[in-house]
Design a protein around this ligand. Sequence first.
Ligand SMILES: Cc1ncc(COP(=O)(O)O)c(C=O)c1O
Length: 490
Amino acid sequence: MAKDYDYNIEETLDPEDWDSLRTLGHKMMDDVFDYMSTVRERPVWEHLPETVKKQFCKSIPMEPESADNVYNEFLKNIMPYPSGNIHPRFWGWVIGTGSPMGALSEFLSAAMNSNSGGLDHHSAIHVEKQVIEWFKEIMGFPSTSSGLLTSGCSASNLIGLTTARNKMAAYDLRKEGIHPEKNRMTLYASEEIHSSNQKAIELMGLGSSALRLIPVNEHFQIDLDILQESISRDREEGYSPFCIIGAAGTTNTGAIDDLNALADICKKEDLWFHVDGAFGSWATISPEVKNLVKGIERADSLAFDLHKWMYMPYEVGCILIREEEDHRNSFSLTPSYLVHGTGGQGMTGGDLPWFSDYGFQLSRGFKALKVWMSIKEHGINKYGRLIQQNIDQVRYLEELIKTSPQLELITPATLNIVCFRYIGLDPDYTKLDDLNKKIEVELQESGVAVISVTLIKNQTVLRVANTNHRTRREDFDLLVKEIIKIGNIL
Ligand SMILES: Cc1ncc(COP(=O)(O)O)c(C=O)c1O
């Protein structure tokens, strides 16, 4: 078969003309700074038009296009249609804002393209070790504990719970797998716990029924008496309780379980204590509410995010494990082609373990750079102030809700989340679920603000989660005005 290429010509992905790519790169920088600095002037979100969607239904390009063309297509069809979370009036779900320095550091880490899974004596590893040390200190973990940056709290929960399962099983679970006849392992969390924990438990092969969902008290915290009864009943029935998951900031309401009480129960019952602190663990650095997360430092494993309430660009989360050995024993696996820690020189002669010994990924990006640069640029005190600012802003919103007769406060702001609903001046309680869902959608469609809905006590309610460093109080004045306007029209 005739070859349609000349194999004597060697190719590369580098540009033939570095100067023109440099010019394009500078233009990208300028465009990005314009885009970020003017975000407040644009709608929070708008639909991706059908014509634009069709641009992403084409077959794979066989031949090249100029870099300028590709970039122009990005400017036309991609950049104008974001999910909106860099906007000051985005408060849906729990989605962080990102930051300019975070964006720049992503560019730098991609340019270095370091693989942080392993190898020694390269800077990315030491940057990650540095930020893990910072987090241990902030979260009150001992210096002997271990940690890993992850793609987010879903991955962190999976790693934490897998470590718990492997450590607490009464046999070599890594080798033998799940043995329900040997060990019917169960674990406990409030019914408000995030779904990523259930997903983790399903992935771990325990089955979702192993997760006992315990009712909450009037503050949406796990009910400690029912928890204790459930553990005792399971033991009597031959199950093997192995772990309690505490919530430091539930997704629905921001509730924080009594972490010290959970740590006490774990100690008494010989259970692993995992804390899902995706965003709430950052209350630790706020000047006013750090007491709420007391006991977090007693966790055996602590999962949290940096792309939510630390405003870093997606993706980055973290898992800390109190006993380094437990962590390594759960994930380390070293085939001949990856032998490391041999002592001496070279790229495999350094310290044990590698970061790949602490998780399921071998290859890993250089996530640590954005963490390191962001925290150094602003200092952790500023992050503490921003977190407090978000809490204070939500308290301000709570006051606006309380003083608006058309609105009803459903759950007060423990942290940065408040739930409420539009009821109007003459409420028809049979229609409020539908009405509030419609208000959420209309508000999103208007481009003025993005909030989401959830179910609280079987009622559909509007929910604001503020992990936004660009928000100002006046944005909440506008939000309330718009919700009442839309509600009145509907
Ligand atoms: C409490 C809690 N845990 C875990 C997660 C999952 O985190 P991620 O989206 O970073 O995977 C979330 C996400 O919102 C969350 O709110």
